[in-house]
Design a protein. Structure first.
Lengths: 546, 1097
């Protein structure tokens, strides 16, 4: 364990003297204590200062925090000095049972749900087994081995100044990007501008942005489409069942192609073409990636116990041998927003917060995430609860608030959305605000089945197509919300309900939450799936329950 | 001649003249379109019909209560015999049921509000799945204006009709019931909160049991998930139906049940389940009502200062009584307080802790003013406006705000327990009068004059000792606001210097920390060279009251004091009332945006200013319009009588038509003999169904006279409503002769009118308009005279040169959510920004005086120019239109709020004593005199007295500081400064409140709105949900943002400024910082961030 502590401090640019080190290592959870201490120090010292932690400083820190158990850091430090073994591992019998249990309807494919629970048995073996695990970890993942790349990130790339020109350029960018995908489709290569279709008599092919979708009295669908040359109405006849069904999922402001015949000022559609997703090749993985979101640290409904168990598991200190084996192979942890509960997000939020200071919320996050072993790369995108702007794309959480997390060397902040490459596994991270609009607009879509929404968004090649409803969109000069490149994984959160689907080779993952049911959710009868963590275990999808 | 006959005679004169003018056929119709109604029955007939129903209503009303009459009428109309007609039986029956419901609802809402017309879309007979027929009532949004009870009764009337025409009850399916449950939830989350939030089971119970279908038109663009139900025509929220069910039937369940029982209607027993739930909650509330209640400052708005925290020491002191300008939710405040605070003008609204939620401020100078501490350390009682004006700049702290005069009727109206009365001279005088030692017959003290006389401290003690009454209020200080220790410390300090005190001389004492106790106690004093100087009287009172030290036993300060003081000391201010400033007062002409002179459509040809002159330069223009066609010669025109052959015309269907505007304008100009007018503003398009335009001449003449037209072709002036039961000729600026001409003969004490300071009781339909309103009406009168002379070729009527000429002219008062005007007569003028009139007049319009505002128009204007043809065809179009005119006010036929007006010249002793016991208003109402007790007698129109004098109804500021300060920054600065000054206000709370309940939500809302906004064309005003890909409007015009950057950042700087200057909660501080980060990210390109940084600093 010792190198970990030293590493931690070294990574934060802080030195530790011998006495301090000994004091820290005597505690039952030295890593957690170190994180708290680093967070505390980083608040009080300038980055450039040379800081050496002395025994006195540790004592002072412990005294301050030990005496006020309300402090988020204090509660974790036990004053009684005693080496305690890790709490326990899973009974192997129980384990197989869980594996055989039928899954919860949420997961359609490849679903394995593993319950991780504490048991009183098998405590004798723990210590030896534990040390094995550590070795296993060190063997499997080498520290310098990350092949991590940020392929797309919009932080500090907001070039809008909020003018009308910027809005024009935003939608124009959206249209052009998606039109270029559609243009490559064989059946649309000879599309024509809307203004020109009056010259042709027979088959017309256009690519346009949806202005409006409505149902006529006779229950046909009318799609108003526009491009830069003009606009036209497209009729989808209700007897053309297949096409009509397809038109049910159309939403405003998406870009699509239509093939049909012109009748006066109307096009009778015979085909509706989405930009779509080509099947992607399975990515070979000899490592594992863990996906979480909506941790809501600082909220009174944050499930700290299950999150602690999660951390113990990922560090190899918890779970059945099989589960530990999974943990040992974990190389990346991705967080799709709402890591903290934030402040002032909704009226009277302060009444539901245990930490009412945004910086302290991130400090607490740093304490928790800081316990995760160094050789796991953590990638964090903001959500609507984080300290960022509300309009999407959201820039990464600024260092001003999350300074303590920025200190962690194995942690990266990215924008929402962001595209990253994890040893070649292209992962698109998006918090999921647009699910609200999709669930409201499209018949049959709901927050419970965000996998269906994700599939639809992939088909539309846009992460938040609907403008003017709940999802605020910033008029960036380029539309970063277009899915330019097909990822191997689309990872989302926001709805607090897990879901998974493999669609054309893409893993569509919603990672649920670590927050129990809130008052708001109670009123709307939303039942969250708490502490269910999806893992891509060397390419195979699994879910662990904490 | 009797007053009402006089009004009616004058009114008839105007009707005759207007009828003559309209019969010429130059308008849309040849008749006057505002029927005159003498009473409720005629109003109902005028408003909703059917023809001849007034007679029947009167008959039934003589036999039974109005409510029963309404139900009986409904049954009679609905079950009348069918006529021989082309329409089938069912359609006829539906129409009859529809009429029945509207008529009955109109009776229940006094024939004033628009709900019977607009709140009910239609009534249908539909089929249950067991093939039986049932009745469905389709409600629309404006049912809201009927109020909860009337909406609920509409449902009950529906059931009564159902029973009368023998239909089966409505049997809802489970999905239909769940649809209601969903809609209620959706309405609250997406549209707005309901007054009462029922739980799903309550909705289920109601939906399952109401025997008629409560359904309605879609009101909001929100779709439900229980879609495409066979019997529910819309997938959107039915707002009207929800209001009727929730705020009606469910919220008013006990009342509805009472009616159902009275009418022997079966199938409403389930309502009993509701009668208990909400009520017990209310009772619980009743118990802790005496605790401080912070509801009124849950939201603190920028620029609207908090004047006192809930029940805080130094807040307004409760004083019972009514002055001639209070009541009906208007409450009196010393004009000195108003002047000092600057944020209170005559008619400014205050949100108050109790009783009720809000009031309007009016000046009453016979009650106590504020107590202030000056910068030089002196403590001064401020009693006049002049004094307040000179001291204003020198005030360091406002120790006490003064009295708030609240009528007993306000407690009665709000059913609020009485709160202990402040110790005041009228109570003290009553005490002496009731004293067994006092010989009332001889009246040695002349009690009548004693009330307003100031007496010396010595006399005060003598009286108290002689008649065994508590000490005079002037020498009773705020002892109860001190702690036992503080009072003892003060006693020690003063008595320690007893040797320096000489009776009858002022008392000097060196400054010491105890001075603060003296300040809180409210003893006026001067600070001079570190010497505190207390005048002879206050010194006498202090030495006498505090001659002995308090007993050892630590108890309530007042109790302890009374054990040792030689005379009884009362609690000076047992009830403090917290307040904050609400909406500012208003008096302003009504202008639509943009403001037209004429309802003549010119599309976009007149530019963004909609100038008809500009459009006429284009020659012929194409607009959507209808013409009228002669029934004889087929020539089309814009008149109701053919200008060519004189035969009647009919209006043709509207459509896009080419009109020769330049020709029309030239001709119209010639007709009225006016050539040079640069701007006559028209409208873009007509919003009425017929789309028939006004004669252009009217627009020309309005432009000439500088007046603007409202959507119904009348000209309006809006003011805050204030009550007035008595006036003096001086204050309203009218001569004795003129008053006598108007029928005023005596003052309120029965003396002949001789001088202009006599107090006269106002007649119930006379109104005192603001100077601003008078100025505008002079223009309107000029327009009407021009119109009569030049357009109709008749004689000029008003011939107004000066506002004095307006006195005695007839006006129409009309409130926004109603459709019945009330006849009024101009009596005089006020400098205040308000319209003073008898409480009955406001109540007849269904308004009270807690900052409601409504309009006045000249009667002749309404008669000549109003037409239903101009009203918008959309739902709610006939609201705020004079569809009928009530010519006389009968207090029995108006909103019963006005029945709570107090009518006493003084309050009885028993009342004051009951108030200290927290009695319910109903327990003391028998010893009080109010309008309720006078209904049906001659006294309902006269001798309604008041208990507190005021010298003038427009003392103090006439415009509140909120309106005077141009920017929000300055408003907030002043608000925070005031919070600092007033002892009863917590400044930190104000700053935090403004940030958390106004600025932050506003900023967050605007950031969100900015990122999903619509765009708008500068040329044709067309809106786009999303900018078109072409980047421009279809008309080629420029598109602009509908939410500007300015509106997003407008509060950022002030918020930061406040946050930096005051010690606010770090939570709020961080919220502001995060907002700033978000806003900068939206408006600042990361490329240019460095260079433009200083813009934001």
């Amino acid at each position: 364990m010792s190198p970990d502590i030293i590493f931690k401090f070294a990574n934060a640019g802080i030195l530790v003297n011998e006495i301090a080190y000994e004091k820290i290592s005597l505690y039952d959870d030295p890593l957690s204590l170190s994180s708290s201490l680093i967070a505390d120090l980083s608040r009080n010292y300038n980055k450039k200062d040379l800081v050496i932690v002395t025994g006195d400083m540790v004592d002072k820190f412990l005294k301050e925090n030990g005496n006020s158990p309300d402090e988020p850091v204090g509660g974790k430090v036990k004053t009684e000095i005693k080496l305690e073994p890790p709490s326990g591992i899973l009974n192997s019998n129980l384990d197989t049972e869980t594996l055989e249990k039928p899954g919860l309807g949420t997961f359609n494919e490849n679903k394995i749900l593993e319950n991780i629970e504490e048991t009183e048995d098998l405590k004798e073996d723990i210590i030896s087994q534990n040390s094995d695990e550590v070795e296993l970890i060190l063997e499997s993942v080498d520290d310098a081995d990350f092949d991590f790349k940020i392929l797309k990130d919009t932080s500090k790339k907001s070039y809008t100044s909020g003018n009308i020109k910027d809005i024009v350029s935003y939608f124009s960018s959206r249209y052009h990007k998606i039109r270029d995908f559609l243009k490559k489709r064989k059946d649309l290569s000879d599309y024509s501008p809307i203004a020109d279709i009056y010259q042709s008599q027979d088959v017309v092919k256009i690519i346009g942005m949806v202005k409006e979708v409505r149902t006529t009295k006779n229950n046909h669908k009318i799609i108003e489409l526009e491009d830069e040359s003009g606009e036209i109405s497209v009729l989808v006849h209700n007897e053309n069942h297949k096409l009509f069904d397809k038109s049910e999922t159309l939403v405003r402001d998406e870009v699509l192609g239509v093939v049909g015949s012109r009748k006066g000022n109307l096009i009778i559609a015979s085909e509706i073409i989405h930009p779509g997703v080509p099947r992607v090749e399975e990515k070979k993985m000899d490592f594992s990636v863990v996906f979480i979101s909506d941790v809501h640290i600082g909220s009174s409904t944050f499930l700290e116990d299950s999150f602690n168990k999660f951390i113990q598991w990922i560090n190899g200190d918890f779970g059945s041998p099989e589960q530990r084996e999974i943990a040992a192979s974990v190389k990346y942890l991705v967080v799709a927003g709402d890591i903290v509960d934030g402040i002032g997000i909704y009226p009277h939020q302060d009444k539901e917060l245990t930490i009412k200071d945004i910086t302290l919320q991130y400090d607490e996050a740093a304490r928790l995430f800081g316990q995760i072993r160094q050789n796991i790369k953590i990638i964090i995108a903001p959500g609507n609860h984080d300290a960022s702007r509300v309009a999407e794309p959201q820039p990464a959480v600024p260092e001003e608030y999350a300074g303590a997390l920025y200190k962690l060397k194995n942690l990266e902040f990215v924008s929402n959305p962001a595209l990253v490459s994890l040893d070649g596994l292209k992962t698109l991270i998006y918090h999921g605000r647009s699910f609200d609009d999709m669930a409201m607009t499209v018949k049959g879509m709901s927050h419970e089945q965000s996998d269906l929404i994700m599939k639809e968004l992939m088909e539309k090649r846009h992460i938040a197509p609907i403008y003017g409803e709940r999802t605020p969109l910033a008029s960036e000069l380029e539309d970063h919300l277009v899915i330019d490149e097909i990822p191997h994984v689309l990872h989302t959160g926001h709805v607090h309900i897990n879901s998974y689907k493999k669609y054309k080779g893409v893993h569509l993952i919603n990672s649920g939450t670590f927050q129990s049911q809130t008052e708001f959710q109670k009123i709307y009868n939303i039942v969250p799936t708490c502490g269910e963590v999806p893992v891509l275990h060397q390419g195979v999808f699994k879910v662990l329950k904490f | 001649m009797d007053y009402f006959e006089k009004l009616e005679k004058e009114t008839k004169k105007l009707y005759d003249l207007a009828a003559k003018a309209r019969s010429m056929g130059r308008d849309v119709h040849t008749e006057i379109e505002i029927p005159l109604a003498k009473d409720l029955a005629e109003r109902v007939e005028g408003l909703v019909g059917p023809v001849g129903i007034a007679q029947r209503i009167k008959e039934l009303e003589s036999e039974m209560s109005r409510e029963e009459a309404a139900f009986n009428i409904a049954a009679e109309i609905a079950s009348a015999d069918l006529k021989d007609s082309k329409e089938d039986e069912m359609t006829q029956r539906e129409l009859m049921a529809d009429q029945a419901l509207r008529t009955a609802l109109a009776i229940l809402t006094e024939g004033v509000v628009a709900a019977p017309l607009e709140g009910i879309a239609k009534v249908k007979i539909k089929q249950n799945f067991d093939r039986t027929n049932y009745l469905a009532v389709y409600f629309a949004g404006p049912i809201r204006s009927a109020g909860g009870t009337a909406a609920a009764l509409a449902v009950l009337i529906g059931d009564y009709i159902r029973w009368a025409i023998d239909l089966a009850p409505y049997k809802p399916t489970d999905t239909e019931i769940e649809r209601y449950v969903e809609e209620v939830e959706l309405y609250e989350s997406e549209v707005t909160n309901l007054q009462y939030s029922p739980n799903p089971d309550e909705v289920r119970l109601a939906a399952n049991n109401i025997p008629v279908e409560v359904t309605g038109e879609p009101t909001d663009q929100v779709e439900v998930s229980h879609r495409d139900l066979e019997r529910v025509e819309t997938n959107n929220i039915r707002g009207g139906a929800l209001l009727a069910m929730v705020e009606g039937v469910i919220q008013k369940a006990p009342k509805v049940f009472k009616y159902a029982k009275k009418l022997n209607l079966e199938g409403w027993e389930w309502l009993e389940k509701f009668s208990k739930g909400p009520k017990s909650e209310k009772e619980k509330k009743g118990q802790d009502l005496v605790k401080a209640d912070d509801t009124y400052i849950r939201d603190i708005i920028g620029g609207r200062p908090v004047l006192a925290n809930p029940s805080e020491k130094g807040a307004f002191r409760l004083r019972y009584g009514r002055s001639r300008n209070t009541g009906l939710a208007a409450m009196g405040v010393s004009p000195a307080t108003m002047e000092l605070l600057e944020f209170l003008a005559v008619g400014t609204q205050m949100k108050i802790e109790r009783p009720g939620k809000g009031n309007c401020v009016v000046p009453v100078d016979s009650i106590e003013g504020p107590l202030v501490k000056l910068k030089n350390g002196s403590v001064v009682k401020v009693s006049t406006v002049e004094q307040a004006r000179t001291l204003k700049g020198k005030v360091d702290e406002i120790l006490f705000l003064g009295d708030m005069l609240v009528a007993f009727g306000e407690f009665l109206r709000n059913n609020h327990v009485l709160l202990p009365a402040g110790w005041c001279t009228e109570w003290w005088v009553e005490k002496i009068a009731q004293s067994s030692q006092y010989d009332l017959k001889k009246d040695p003290l002349d009690l009548k004059s004693l009330e307003n006389k100031s007496i010396t401290a010595k006399e005060a003690f003598e009286i108290s000792e002689k008649y065994e009454v508590p000490l005079h209020p002037d020498y009773t200080y705020f002892y109860h606001d001190l702690s036992w220790d503080d009072l003892n410390m003060l006693q020690d300090w003063i008595m320690g210097k007893k040797e320096d005190y000489q009776e009858g001389k002022e008392f000097k004492i060196a400054i010491a920390p105890q001075k603060r106790i003296l300040e809180i106690l409210g003893v006026p004093h001067i600070l001079n060279d570190s010497q505190i100087i207390i005048d002879a009287h206050d010194a006498y009172a202090l030495f006498k009251t505090l001659e002995k030290p308090l007993g050892e036993e630590k108890q309530s300060t007042l109790l302890a004091l009374n054990k040792v003081s030689p005379v009884q000391i009362m609690a000076k201010a047992p009830t403090y009332i917290g307040t904050r400033v609400g909406r500012p007062e208003k008096t302003k002409e009504r202008k639509m945006k943009p403001a037209p002179h004429s309802l003549f459509p010119i599309s976009n040809f007149g530019g963004s200013r909609r100038n008809i002159v500009e459009a006429a330069k284009k020659g012929k223009i194409s607009v959507e319009i209808s013409r009228s066609k002669c029934t004889q010669c087929q020539i089309s025109s814009f008149q109701s009588i053919c200008p060519h052959c004189g035969s009647p015309t009919v209006i043709t269907a509207p459509g896009k038509k080419k009109i020769n505007l330049s020709g029309l304008l030239r001709k119209a100009s010639e007709n009225v003999g006016i050539r040079k007018i640069d701007e006559i503003k028209g409208v873009q398009g007509m919003i009425s169904e017929e789309k028939f335009p006004e004669p252009l001449e009217k627009g020309i003449l309005r432009a000439k006279n500088g007046v603007f037209v409202f959507k119904d072709a009348t000209i309006r002036h809006d003011s805050t409503d204030l009550p007035l039961t008595h006036f003096t000729p001086r204050e309203v600026g009218v001569s004795i002769e003129k008053l006598q001409e108007l029928g005023y003969e005596k003052d309120c004490y029965g003396h002949e009118l001789e001088h202009i300071d006599q107090i006269i009781e106002i007649k119930v339909q006379d109104v005192v308009i603001s100077d601003n309103c008078a100025q505008y009406l002079i223009g309107v009168a000029g327009f009407i005279d021009d119109l009569l002379e030049k357009f109709y070729g008749l004689e000029r009527f008003y011939q107004v040169k000066d506002k004095k000429d307006l006195v005695g002219q007839m006006v129409v008062g009309l409130a926004p959510h109603t459709s019945a005007g009330v006849l009024g007569r101009i009596l005089g003028f006020t400098k205040a920004a308000a319209c003073y009139a008898h409480p009955y007049f406001h109540s007849a319009k269904r308004r009270n005086c807690d900052s409601d505002e409504d309009s006045i128009m000249l009667l002749m204007d309404a008669l000549l120019n109003f037409s239903k043809s101009y009203l918008p065809s959309s739902r709610g179009g006939s609201m705020d239109a004079p569809l009928v005119l009530s010519s006389r006010i009968d207090p029995e036929e108006i909103d019963d709020e006005s029945h709570n007006i107090d009518a006493m010249a003084s309050l009885p002793l028993e009342f004051f004593e009951k108030s200290t016991q927290y009695a319910k208003p109903s327990e003391v109402v028998h010893i009080m005199d109010n309008v309720q007790k006078r209904l049906g007698t001659a006294k309902q129109y006269q001798d309604i007295m008041f208990s507190h004098h005021t010298h003038s109804i427009h003392q103090g500021p006439r415009v509140c500081l909120y309106k005077l300060l141009p920017t929000m920054k300055e408003k907030v600065e002043s608000q925070v400064e005031l919070a600092e000054k007033i002892r009863a206000v917590d400044q930190k709370g104000v700053v935090e409140g403004v940030l958390s309940s106004h600025f932050l939500p506003d900023m967050m809302g605007n950031v969100r709105a900015f990122s999903r906004q619509k765009v708008r064309c500068t040329k044709c005003n067309k809106k786009y949900r999303r900018i078109p890909l072409t980047g421009e409007c279809k008309c080629g015009g420029n598109l602009i943002l509908s939410v500007s950057k300015g509106s997003v950042v407008k509060y950022l700087e002030i918020s930061k400024n406040l946050a930096n200057r005051y010690p606010i909660n770090p939570y709020l501080m961080q919220r502001i910082e995060i907002q700033e980060f978000g806003i900068n990210s939206l408006f600042e390109s990361d490329k240019s961030k460095q260079s433009s940084l200083d813009v934001f600093l």
